[in-house]
Design a protein around this ligand. Structure first.
Ligand SMILES: Nc1ncnc2c1ncn2[C@@H]1O[C@H](COP(=O)(O)OP(=O)(O)O)[C@@H](O)[C@H]1O
Ligand SMILES: [Mg+2]
Length: 242
């Protein structure tokens, strides 16, 4: 469904991504992991058109999207969340999601219908009780749910999640894992997720791609990746032999 061919991106002299090849099949949950600064968010920014790739190609359902603008990519059916969540702080929770619904792919004409759809999404993510709260007053876990509802509001076929689990306690992580499966199984959305919470990655992902310094280090099932010597060294450092 999503494919990257030799994708590269530099910031000045810094090579954030170098000749990266990746693919995500329809219906899968694929994880993207790697140490801090390894280029994970940059890859999502390139896929969603926030930063153009310097070279290489990104294809969505076989169509090249490398030079598309973020709003064009959203209209094609790719939604994302941000590592640093970005609600409209001056609006309440319901209006945050309604705004996204009205700009989404459903051509919902009226505010009343938009609000109805937004409420359904808030129920889906478990934030309906907070519908009248100002976004600025939400705690971290609630902001993450709002961010998710706003991404789902465009009715995506493909969802990129950037550290949705960070800052959640254990019970909240468990809830979020259930929600990820429901997004895939009930809404039929394919998921590509960046995550540091290893429990969440290991439990949810069909396949994991590991990058370091913008280069692919390993790829495979959670089991394969967790046994890969290069991955262990990237996370824990090289074992000293003397
Ligand atoms: N807009 C930018 N301008 C300059 N450097 C950037 C920018 N975005 C990211 N970088 C750099 O690119 C590298 C990869 O960053 P990032 O993709 O955010 O890593 P990750 O999400 O894996 O932690 C880092 O060294 C970061 O400082
Ligand atoms: Mg990041």
């Amino acid at each position: 469904m999503l494919e990257g061919i030799e994708v590269s991106k530099k910031f000045g002299g810094l090579k954030a991504l170098t000749n990266l090849n990746f693919s995500v099949e329809k219906g899968q949950i694929v994880g993207l992991i790697g140490p801090n600064g390894s280029g994970k968010t940059t890859l999502f920014n390139v896929i969603t058109g926030f930063y153009p790739a310097d070279s290489g190609k990104v294809l969505f359902k076989g169509k090249e999207i490398t030079r598309c603008k973020p709003y064009e990519i959203a209209k094609l059916g790719i939604a994302r969340t941000f590592q640093i969540v970005r609600p409209l702080l001056g609006l309440n929770v319901l209006d945050n999601v309604t705004t996204a619904v009205l700009y989404g792919r459903d051509n919902i004409g009226t505010m009343a219908k938009g609000r109805g759809r937004a409420l359904e999404l808030l129920e889906f993510v478990g934030l309906d009780k907070k519908k009248n709260a100002q976004a600025i007053n939400l705690v971290s876990a609630e902001r993450k749910k709002l961010e998710l509802a706003r991404a789902l509001a465009i009715r995506p076929e493909f969802l990129l999640l950037d550290e949705t689990f960070s800052g959640l306690n254990e019970a909240e992580v468990q809830d979020a894992i259930k929600l990820i499966f429901r997004i895939r199984d009930e809404l039929g959305i394919t998921i590509f997720l960046i995550e540091h919470v290893m429990k969440a990655v290991m439990e949810t992902c069909d396949r994991i791609i590991v990058i370091q310094y913008g280069i692919k280090l390993a790829e495979g099932t959670p089991e394969e990746v967790s046994r890969n010597q290069n991955v262990i060294e990237a996370y824990l450092g090289k074992r000293r032999t003397c």
